[in-house]
Design a protein around this ligand. Structure first.
Ligand code: FDA
Length: 306
């Protein structure tokens, strides 16, 4: 009940137009700067350099929360290409992430494929890897279909899959023929109906099972979690099966568990931090809180600790 109210509250804040305007004027000092790389590419590059100095890689997430027509999708496509160029020019240790929604998923497959191919062509030229985020359950099938078409042509594209969905085990099996790079996440969206696993322990067990299957199939794996229990599980698993460190990486969100990120990098693991970039930072920030009210405690603690 409390969780539902909090979710509704942050969803309201995410969509509130006067607040969005104020946030854009005031800038990220509202609290977003801990969790967002920058509104501009120059700010983001400075943030990324700090991570790189600590031996931490990044994936720059090109935010695009309001896509109404093809010019909006075009704008975010350019923003992604700008991030790819910045990685190359500044010799950053970085990759790119994006939501297919932001490059036109809802405008039709032709549009989204056209924009993605532009991004992947550019990324290929500069040896930059691009990971497709996973969105609400209703779009999961569509996103996987687009990914398969892109993967058939490009080897610099990967996809996120959610451990809280029952379908993911089958998706991992079916995608195996593409030897895909998969980013495993627990899942940020509250789904309705019986498509998702509600119980946290069962989601955690499913996460471990999926990562194990994917690693033992010989595929590159992005382990995206702040959960120490899962991180320890993966460390033990790779040791037991002699899986080399260059077959997987740990990933966390910017602003979450900064010290743990540095420790993992020092231990010799590839540590990648997800750095959101773009003018839609406020909506991203509120959605993050709305999607998982359970994370608010961590978020607030991280803000206080700064
Ligand atoms: P969870 O929230 O269950 O936390 C597990 C444990 O971690 C806690 O019990 C605590 O011990 C520890 N912990 C967490 N945060 C902490 C903190 N700040 N300080 C101290 N301890 C802390 N989702 C999605 O649906 N689609 C997507 O494409 C993506 N993409 C994505 C990329 C990356 C790089 C990450 C890290 C995450 C995503 N997500 C996502 C979000 C994901 O689905 C999930 O909602 C969050 O990562 C939170 O889940 P955790 O795995 O961290 O565990």
């Amino acid at each position: 009940m409390v969780e539902e109210t909090m979710r509704a509250f942050f969803t309201f804040l995410a969509k509130n137009k006067p607040l969005i305007k104020t946030a854009n004027k005031v800038g990220m000092e509202l609290g977003g700067s801990s969790f967002v790389g920058g509104e501009t590419i120059d700010e983001t590059v400075e943030q990324v350099k700090k991570f790189n100095e600590d031996g931490i890689y990044v994936t720059i997430d090109c935010l695009g929360e309001f896509i109404h027509d093809s010019s909006d999708a075009e704008e975010i496509t350019k923003q992604c290409i700008e991030a790819i160029h910045a990685i190359n020019e500044h010799e950053l240790k970085g990759q790119v992430s994006l939501k297919l929604f932001s490059v036109g998923l809802e405008l039709g497959e032709e549009t989204v494929l056209k924009n993605m191919k532009r991004i992947l062509e550019e990324a290929k030229q500069f040896d930059v890897f691009v990971t497709i985020n996973m969105e609400e359950y209703k779009n999961c099938g569509k996103i996987i279909d687009v990914f398969k078409k892109l993967r058939a042509e490009y080897d610099n594209v990967g996809i996120a899959l959610q451990a809280n969905l029952y379908r993911t085990e089958t998706d991992v099996e079916k995608l195996n023929e593409f030897s895909p790079v998969i980013r495993f996440v627990k899942g940020a969206y509250k789904e309705s109906g019986d498509v998702d696993i509600d119980d946290k322990d069962t989601v955690d067990e499913n996460y471990k099972k999926l990562v194990k299957t994917h690693l033992l199939n010989g595929n590159y794996t992005q382990v995206a979690t702040h959960d120490d229990d899962i991180i320890q599980y993966v460390k033990n698993l790779v040791k037991k099966h002699d899986i080399p460190n260059d077959q997987f990486e740990f990933q966390m969100l910017q602003g979450m568990r900064d010290e743990r990120q540095k420790e993992l990098a020092k231990e010799g693991y590839k540590m990648v931090v997800y750095v959101p970039y773009g003018k839609d930072w406020y909506t991203y920030f509120m959605k993050r809180l709305a999607e998982r009210p359970a994370n608010i405690g961590f978020t607030l603690k991280s803000m206080v600790r700064r």
